[in-house]
Design a protein around this ligand. Structure first.
Ligand SMILES: [Zn+2]
Length: 128
């Protein structure tokens, strides 16, 4: 048996009692006049697992999170586009071999990252 105890949030009620809520199945495990008295019921709680409504919420695609991810990726790609332009300008301006080599390396890495981000963005947009 695990020695870790699950943390049950306690909700104070208007009548002065306290509810103990199971964080897994979201059921009210017990209602008592004092919080200390909730502990016994919490230890005895036979958790059926995720409630159907909670399980459904977890299964559903996180649309707002996806929209945020798309916006973040677009910004990142824009920033990388600016950086790519800057690196290409350095390549054009500096004839020194070492600078060119380093910049070329940075540019290659940037192009690969941009490609990966564009792919991720396309996948996210296709899901919406
Ligand atoms: Zn439970």
């Amino acid at each position: 048996m695990s020695t870790l105890t699950k943390w049950y949030p306690h909700r104070p009620n208007e009548d002065g009692t306290y509810d103990s809520i199971c964080p897994t199945c979201t059921r009210t495990v017990a209602r008592e006049m004092s919080e200390a008295n909730l502990v016994e019921a919490e230890t005895l709680h036979k958790c059926p697992g995720l409630s159907p409504s909670l399980a459904k919420r977890i299964e559903q695609p996180m649309v707002p999170a996806q929209i945020l991810a798309i916006a973040a990726l677009r910004t990142l790609i824009d920033v990388h586009q600016i950086e790519e332009t800057r690196l290409r300008a350095i390549l054009a301006d500096y004839p020194a071999f070492k600078v060119k080599l380093q910049t070329q390396f940075e540019l290659q890495r940037l192009v690969i990252r941009k490609k990966a981000q564009a792919g991720k963005l396309a996948r996210l947009e296709a899901e919406n």
